[in-house]
Design a protein. Structure first.
Length: 424
């Protein structure tokens, strides 16, 4: 197995990251009891032994980026802030852990993996930690453990060398409503996370009654909320719903960041329809855009952007390409909704009391992350601004539809920095 990895899928996320918006995933879990630091250290070390493709250091040689083996220990800090990734503080890893009181946190570069991959790491960590912390024998079915054979499918980039991906079609879309500009929030630059909890069983029942799924229903309720805030807006209300590309690529075990998107547009003609009929329309949009050929075309489009970035020789030119792509994206998307799927942390869930999934807010300013852990949906509004305008409008939709919620807290969206080669 080739231990050194030449970056491809990771290239665009690498150039997207900035000090203001570090491109990383932060999973925050509040356990039932105080963290035992010695057991946590052993659990992290054992977990990382299972994921050698995350034990790497970013290197640049002859203008190309590689992940080379990094045998230094993965860093664990007693804090909620964590350490700067890809720096001396993190032993030059792109992954780190921290803990405080009864919270444990995983920080990982989003270009190295996505929510699906991060959930796998956390599933392994919780298995090892809870087994020793509570002196119990947990069921290990479906959990990646030390001693497993790591297949080429899990290791290799499934997009880098594909030559059979369909040619993406150019789909011209009108501009989407920009949540920052529409609300006049240009001067409000306090990145903020609002966390909302809902009963999983109750929300699933409501969702199924209205012909939806958790992701599509949150996207629909958010669309309705925005439409009521700006009834006269001319620009389209268009939500991007994240899609896992692994199934279409035929590589369900792959660890890379493999995220595409479905565009859900809240069309004028459907705004007076009942929620159930709107849910059917959104489900139809998802079905049409998640057919294998369409998802593969999206992967091809992402690969094309990587090739375009790599065609530029200097970092300055590459950053210009990224800036242009971001500006185009901001014009097409009102907000982004991401739902990895049920966390399924198995028997360890009985020891979990709270869960947050954070990452940098979307380029247009508004990202909604959904997690399903221990009988609750946790919906995190991750914003480039502090205003509760969109959160309150969304909560009003929940109230109007009889959905009981708990606004758990409001926090600064605090993510550690990622040190970049071109900023040294």
């Amino acid at each position: 197995m080739q231990m050194e990895q030449k970056l491809f899928t990771e290239i665009r996320p690498l150039y997207v990251t900035t000090k203001e918006s570090p491109n990383e995933i932060r999973l925050r879990i509040r356990m039932r009891d105080l963290i035992d630091p010695q057991i946590f250290r052993r659990a992290v070390d054992t977990t990382m032994e299972r994921y050698p493709y995350f034990l790497v250091e970013l290197q640049r040689r002859n203008g190309e980026f590689y992940f080379a083996e990094n045998h230094r220990p993965v860093v664990i800090t007693n804090s909620l802030h964590g350490v700067e990734l890809n720096s001396e503080d993190s032993n030059f890893h792109m992954i780190a852990f921290c803990w405080q009181d009864n919270w444990i946190i995983l920080d990982v570069f989003h270009g190295m993996t996505d929510g699906t991959g991060a959930y796998e790491v956390m599933r392994t960590l919780l298995y090892y930690y809870c087994s020793e912390r509570y002196n119990v024998e947990l069921n290990d079915e479906g959990i990646r453990l030390v001693g497993d054979e790591i297949s080429e499918e899990e290791w290799a980039d499934p997009v880098a060398n594909r030559t059979d991906l369909p040619t993406p079609t150019r789909n011209e879309m009108p501009n989407a409503l920009n949540p920052v500009a529409a609300a006049g929030l240009e001067e409000d630059r306090q990145q903020t996370a609002y966390s909302i909890a809902i009963s999983e069983s109750e929300f699933m029942r409501f969702t199924l009654d209205n012909d939806g799924s958790p992701g599509t229903m949150v996207a629909l309720l958010l669309s309705r909320a925005i439409a009521k805030l700006f009834p006269e807006a001319e620009d389209a209300i268009r939500i991007a719903l994240c899609v896992n590309q692994r199934k279409a690529l035929g590589t369900p075990l792959a660890h890379q960041s493999l995220v595409g998107g479905v565009m859900l547009e809240y069309k004028d003609g459907m705004r007076d329809w009942p929620l159930g009929r709107q849910g059917t329309i959104y489900r139809g949009m998802v079905f049409a855009q998640t057919e294998e050929e369409t998802v593969l075309a999206g992967a091809a489009s992402n690969a094309g952007m990587v090739q375009m970035i790599l065609s530029k020789e200097s970092d300055a030119e590459r950053l210009e390409v990224i800036a242009a792509i971001n500006e185009m994206t901001k014009k097409l998307i009102t907000a982004t909704v991401s739902y990895v799927g049920k966390a399924n942390y198995k028997e360890a869930e009985q020891y979990i009391r709270d869960f947050r999934s954070w990452t940098s807010s979307a380029s247009n300013g508004l990202l909604v992350e959904i997690a399903a852990v221990n009988g609750r949906f946790v919906i995190d509004f991750l914003q480039k601004f502090s205003s509760p305008l969109y959160v309150n409008a969304f909560l009003k939709e929940l109230e109007d539809n009889g959905i009981v919620y708990d606004l758990q807290d409001v926090q600064e969206l605090d993510l550690p920095n990622i040190k970049l080669p071109w900023t040294e």
